[in-house]
Design a protein around this ligand. Sequence first.
Ligand SMILES: [Fe+2]
Ligand SMILES: [Fe+2]
Length: 178
Amino acid sequence: MLTRRRIHELVHEYGHDVLGHERMRIEKHCYQHGAVTTFEHSVRVACLAVYFADRLRLWRFVDLRSLIRAALLHDYFLYDWHHDDNGSHRLHGFTHPRRALDNALEDFDLNPVERDSILRHMFPLTPIPPRYVEGYLVTMADKISATRETFSLDRFSKPALGPVPERHALTDGKGQAA
Ligand SMILES: [Fe+2]
Ligand SMILES: [Fe+2]
């Protein structure tokens, strides 16, 4: 059985290029749920997805690298959704998986498991289910993390985050000014 510490190490080992990418900085400036940034949320989802795969003894069916990368990129939509669609947030739940996938494809080479798991992670809000076990693990870990984060008492003491970095100040995956 994997320890918490080992799970954390694995996420950083297999996800180092994603975690270190220039555009991931945007996620550190956006709250996702409660007082948790999108970056922290993505790391939590990756750790929890690995935890479930391990405790449910799914390793024969799961590609660890794909699972971690899909989890880290599942919310790579790169904006603060609290400020999106005039504050109504009505469309974000439906539209952000596609936006996350499109952004992720600009920055990373993704295999079919990673693509599908990002695109389908809002199931059953979005009607098409994930195609792979990795996708089910991501969607399950996401819902549990989101619920915990949303109802945490920390949400009442949110520190102010710095402004979201301007996109033109960031570089794309090829090191070019975007
Ligand atoms: Fe999401
Ligand atoms: Fe999420």
